[in-house]
Design a protein around this ligand. Structure first.
Ligand code: ATR
Length: 260
């Protein structure tokens, strides 16, 4: 197995340690590299994959859309998300998928009971991927810029609310998808009114516990940190490449230890 994540910058990616651990645990011989690439190197990498040099790629910022022209097919998850985070090969064809949303769903299924009304905070690419993975759920999207929330709501037939108008107590599950909190200081909004045992998930994993999650923990919410989605999306990608379902718990422990 020869696998890699492509992006820029990529030096701090945790994907190589995660996947190499899973390769070892699965008894598979192989490597997973982090490739810092420029846009004009992408085409050649995909040609190398067609030639059998690579078995699979993860794709990260800023190339999740830029890789699309070099693939043969996008599956429904990539189409719905409008972005690709995983490329695998079937019958000689390069297929782009997106495991971010389904990975978060798999992780939440694994770690918590998360029934009920879902609030998604944010309306960027990450929110789109997550909302597209929740077709059967009651979802409300909220965003600082209401127009973007409305666009997502129209696309997926869900409700949009202005960030300032959201009544936190209405929700059983809250998923924070914005970049706010990476500085370890800010939150996209307060969690005033949060009910005990609400599931509160942040997709940020640096820091491991964002100010948003700290506030949730104080209100006795069930908190799920960003390593859940990171490991969940990685696990599904690994399964596409190898056919082996890797152990999410082992992955979470490894990543949390590296981030603590
Ligand atoms: P990604 O693809 O990672 O989701 P993005 O498309 O740039 O990134 O979206 C970033 C999200 O973070 C958006 O929901 C953005 O809100 P706006 O649409 O109003 O810009 C949100 N965001 C970024 N900075 C924010 C801030 N200071 N307060 C509230 N939301 C913020």
């Amino acid at each position: 197995m020869r696998l890699a994540v492509i992006g820029h910058p990529i030096a701090h990616s945790l994907s190589p340690v995660l996947h190499e651990q899973w390769l070892r645990a699965s008894g598979l011989f192989g490597r997973y590299e982090a490739l810092d690439v420029t846009p004009d190197e992408i085409e050649d990498l995909f040609q190398q994959m067609r030639d059998g040099v690579w078995d699979g790629f993860n794709v990260t910022i800023p190339y999740k859309e830029a890789v699309i022209p070099y693939l043969d097919t996008l599956d429904v998850a990539a189409e719905a998300a409008g972005a690709v985070n995983t490329v695998y090969k079937r019958d000689g064809k390069l297929i782009g998928t997106n495991t971010d949303g389904a990975g978060l769903v798999a992780a939440l299924d694994r770690w918590t009971d998360w029934t009920g009304h879902v609030l998604v905070i944010g309306a960027g690419g990450a929110a789109r991927g997550i909302i597209s993975a929740l077709p059967t759920r009651d979802v409300t999207v909220t965003n600082r810029t209401m127009e973007r929330a409305e666009r997502l709501a129209d696309a997926f037939g869900i409700e949009a609310q202005a960030l300032t108008d959201v009544e936190i107590a209405r929700y059983d599950v809250i998923i924070q998808t914005t970049s706010v909190g990476m500085d370890g200081v800010d939150s996209p909004r307060s969690l005033k009114g949060l009910r005990q045992n609400t599931v509160v998930c942040d997709i940020i994993y640096r820091p491991l516990v964002t100010p948003f999650l700290k506030e949730a923990a104080k209100a006795d919410a069930k908190i799920v940190n960003g390593t859940a989605m990171f490991v969940g999306q990685g696990a599904l990608a690994f399964e596409y490449w190898t056919g082996v379902r890797p152990d999410q718990l082992v992955g979470m422990k490894l990543i949390e230890r590296l981030l603590e």
